[in-house]
Ligand binder design. Structure first.
Ligand code: C2E
Ligand code: MG
Ligand code: MG
Ligand code: MG
Length: 283
């Protein structure tokens, strides 16, 4: 552990990938300073109830603005954070920020609904994850029913028994669990019986092709039908066009996220949307 042994020790702990690739090394070193330099923020993308146009929840999405490199996408830096272990502290920071903000919205009389927070594989693997989440909820004063943790299928399948134990613990405490990017894993479906899941998020790849590819349309339709039979909520991700929205709606999907309704926005912008109470125009 480099902790407490001075700055130069960090250099001894760069990943194998960084040793091969100078660009990657720069990213890694910058990432190490990002938390303490306050370079992270959380954006929120509302989940819309398309029957009413009302925001009924939001997803917290991490943003990193580096003073020289500019905005760096999570698709690029999350894997680096994961590999270096930095995701532990970054992930905890996001979770705290989202819970804190949700409580603040509620205190000001707004109803943001559940906030979804993405967990990384490494965070989920941690034996004391459930305990940490419970502690954070207590510290931030947020009711557990207003938090939803987003996990991917591959994370669930890595160690099924531990996953079941962690999720059951969270569920008993009142925290909801969503399966993110649903339909893209290679896990089969029987795990849906074993895990205490609340929500399926249809992966955006199916939504993107729903109007052009009959197979994608059939898969999206089947996921929605299955979710209904299993009594799970279902959210379509990455909805960009009215046509996609219409097809999903016809299949019975009521909750959606996507640029058609709103991009991920800074806190203040979600506050405005919550005040207005609906997205309206396209519906
Ligand atoms: P995700 O959890 O599946 O999040 C959805 C991604 O789709 C977000 O990208 C969002 O901005 C984008 N998106 C939303 N609506 C649309 C749309 O209509 N069209 C298109 N093309 N894209 C849309 P983002 O914010 O770049 O995040 C990418 C991924 O990075 C996330 O995928 C998630 O896996 C990861 N991530 C983001 N924030 C965190 C975090 O705090 N912790 C962890 N562990 N992972 C995070
Ligand atoms: Mg997500
Ligand atoms: Mg997703
Ligand atoms: Mg994803």
């Amino acid at each position: 552990r480099a902790k407490g042994r001075g700055r130069n020790m960090h250099l001894a702990y760069v990943s194998a990938a960084a040793n091969r690739d100078p660009e990657r090394l720069a990213l890694e070193l910058a990432l190490r300073g990002a938390l303490k330099h306050g370079e992270f923020s959380v954006h929120y993308q509302p989940r819309i109830d398309v029957d009413s146009g009302a925001p009924v929840g939001a997803e917290a999405l991490l943003r990193w603005h580096h003073p020289h490199m500019g905005m760096i996408s999570p698709a690029r830096f999350i894997p680096v954070a994961e590999e270096t272990g930095l995701i532990e502290s970054i992930g905890e920071w996001v979770l705290r920020a989202a819970c804190e903000q949700n409580r603040l919205w509620r205190e000001s009389g707004l109803m943001p609904g559940r906030i979804g927070v993405n967990l990384s594989a490494r965070q989920f693997r941690h034996a004391d994850l459930a305990l940490r989440v419970v502690q954070l909820l207590k510290e931030t004063g947020l009711d557990p029913q207003h938090l939803e943790l987003e996990l991917t299928e591959s994370m669930l399948m890595e160690d099924v028994d531990t996953a079941v134990a962690t999720m059951t613990c969270l569920k008993n405490y009142g925290v909801s669990i969503a399966v993110d990017d649903f339909g893209t894993g290679y896990s089969g479906l029987s795990y849906l019986k074993r895990f205490p899941i609340d929500t399926l998020k249809i992966d955006q790849s199916f939504v993107r092709e729903i109007t052009s590819d009959p197979a994608s349309a059939a898969i999206a339709d089947a996921i929605i039908a299955m979710a209904q039979r299993l009594n799970l909520d279902v959210i379509a991700e990455g909805v960009e066009t009215p046509e996609q929205c219409r097809l999903l709606r016809e299949s019975g999907c009521r909750y959606m996220q996507g640029y058609l309704f709103a991009r991920p926005v800074p806190t203040e912008d979600l506050t405005k949307l919550l005040r207005v109470g609906h997205v309206g125009r396209h519906l």
